[in-house]
Design a protein around this ligand. Sequence first.
Ligand SMILES: Nc1ncnc2c1ncn2[C@@H]1O[C@H](COP(=O)(O)OP(=O)(O)OP(=O)(O)O)[C@@H](O)[C@H]1O
Length: 335
Amino acid sequence: MISLEQIHKSYALGERRVTALRGVDLQIAAGEVFGIIGASGAGKSTLLRLINLLERPDSGRVQVAGEDLLALDEAGLRGARQRIGMIFQHFNLLASKTVAENVAWPLKIAGLLSPEQREARVAALLQRVGLADQAHKYPAQLSGGQKQRVGIARALATEPRVLLCDEATSALDPETTRSILALLAEINRELGLTIVLITHEMEVVRRVCDRVAVLDGGLIVEQGPVAEVFLHPQHATTRRFVQEAEQVDEGQLSDDYAHVPGRILQLTFRGERTYEPLLGEVARRSGLDFGILSGRIDRIKDEPYGQLVISVSGGDLAAATALLQERGVRVEVQR
Ligand SMILES: Nc1ncnc2c1ncn2[C@@H]1O[C@H](COP(=O)(O)OP(=O)(O)OP(=O)(O)O)[C@@H](O)[C@H]1O
């Protein structure tokens, strides 16, 4: 659906040039929710804004739905942008227009639909985002979460196939964030829309994304299915995001474990396996003693997972590992 090839992008800053992206390749499939995570200055906004050519690359290719965006003339690009909606951290609503007028705005400026058809579409969109009774209010009379719902309805007005989300929940409290992410997931599921979101929070990625790319210094340093990247991060930057999300202090942990005897293993359970009473059985069959050092059961999108760090001593470790692996548990030796 979206294909970026060898994208380079730099900005002029006085006499200097600041490099924002240094050779990014990215493929996003139709119907995915794809997250791009990175620290401030990593190049996330630049990357997102390249997908609808709000920024033009210095070199590289940008294709959306099979269309080479860099080859389009202005009219062609206007048409392409109607198929790529966007929402923003600070909502970017028109303060002097009502909720209904804000949502109708993209249709009006593109000259799409008759006034009656526009009214019907706006009503349906407000219904979808849960604001059917707020149509005549002004943005200043709404909460942050409601403003973002208007932003989403407006982005959907031209029936795009792609929705770009620029830190869409960063200005919202945790509970409102969850409700907006749930709405995005519902839109993805029900409309089959491809969603690309940028964020600096792993929690946002964990809740809604199917796949994620980690951006660092203008390069993608790691990408893959969220469960894989989240549970088995390879790159130092990814590990930092995951630890931040789980509020783990790696230095503190290794100090704590220094006094623990035996080997230390990390076990990862996925799906329904998460709830099976496997450990007791494995310990009995292999004669292993184990102690639980830390544990977490949670969900990545809709899939439950469990991750346990255990110390083991005595018994037959090789047999225990084989038993766990046989039952689909991933075993990583930490020490
Ligand atoms: N219009 C601009 N002019 C000059 N430099 C820019 C411009 N926009 C971005 N940059 C620089 O490009 C780099 C990447 O910026 P970008 O905004 O894409 O990163 P980001 O990951 O979205 O950061 P943040 O999370 O802080 O928004 C940074 O060094 C930034 O200072």
